[in-house]
Design a protein around this ligand. Sequence first.
Ligand SMILES: [Zn+2]
Length: 454
Amino acid sequence: MSQAHEYAQQHHDRFVEQLQELVRIPSVSTLSQNKPDMAQAANWLAEDMKNIGFDRAEVMPTNGHPVVYGEWKGAGEEAPTVLVYGHYDVQPAEMADGWSHEPFDPHIEDGFLYGRGAMDNKGQLIAQLKAIESLIKTGGSPVNLKVIFEGEEETSSINLPVFVQEHIDMLSADVCVISDTGMREVDQPQMCYSLRGLTYMELHVTGPSHDLHSGSGHTIHNPAQALAEIIAKLHDEDGRITVPGFYDDVAELDAKERALMNEDAPTEEYVIKTTGSPTTWGEPNFTPAERMGARPTLEVNGMVSGFYGEGSKTVIPAKAMAKLSARLVANQKAQRAFEQIRDYIAEITPPSVRSELKLLSKGEPAYTAPDTPSMQAAVRAYEQGWGKAPTFNRGGGSIPIVADFQQMLNVPVVLLGFGVGDGVHGPNERFLLEAFKRGVDTAIYFYEEVGKGL
Ligand SMILES: [Zn+2]
């Protein structure tokens, strides 16, 4: 065990105190009233980087909340460089949401640290920063380090892609590591190696120029009904998306990966129990884990048309609208997926109505194969720092910045998650301090493993 690990053990209590200090700053990115708090949190981090001994530590402006950037290049030109990403902004939180203690006055109970941001992402970000401190303070890190903490993750990272594009050289690295994922139980670490992309759309269907008396029904096509007919044609009976070419780019799963991702995955029973749905649904040849992580979706997020107030109103609405979104998997492209859906909807729209599909936002899927050297370095880090090798899963959700880093910086992204707890984005967010401790140690081992060469 190197000195860095001993240092981390000795300073654990102070690390927890510092985490509490950061949680006390209500850095809610979405509320303008918290703008000074955002600046305070950014300054707090830059100040801590300076105390740790970074060569460079500064708060850099964007068109929104600032980015905190730090560098330590003491490992020398031959050594690999690791880029560390985290976010210091948090979701809003107030007592009225159901918190049992003030969300920005953290407290420790039953081994958990409670408070907004305790886990997402301040706890995991501080675990990374304190791992770096432990290395720098005990003779130096075996890898060069670049640290970027953003303040807009909870508001879709709107300005970060531009920032990355403008600082490609500054951010260039051999591997990027992000600690912002979690695991169900502290005794079984999980590594998410794939995230889905997202295409978000609005489908507008129009018919008559104004709402009509339903006495004129069956003389023109009702747009609400036409919308339902279009939506009904987007999947077949087995839950397969019928959009031509939609699966063309979807990477096939081989037997090895299927075994890997189903080893520690939610079962059909688990899905039924946790959702309250009468049964599961979806492509029959794929397990729930495969449908969630390795297959694309096309979902209706909302539908609106006509009259939905109290009582009855006999009306044929002039228009109908649905919010649609597609989660995309490795090798799919968000723009192409949108165009395929748009063209198919144009084709199946009955001539008796008009339709228009609008693109609202898009993000690309991300994937780092579990057998790549940087992922294997992470596996060895968990074995040593956490005490157990991780299982692998594909996430159903999206962190668009992961794909942006992969594409713009051409680096593999390792999701080295330490999250054990709950309440993320909800009341009583909490982070298990044992996971925080193991996280610091695992991160140190990760840098040491990467330092041996990728
Ligand atoms: Zn979050």
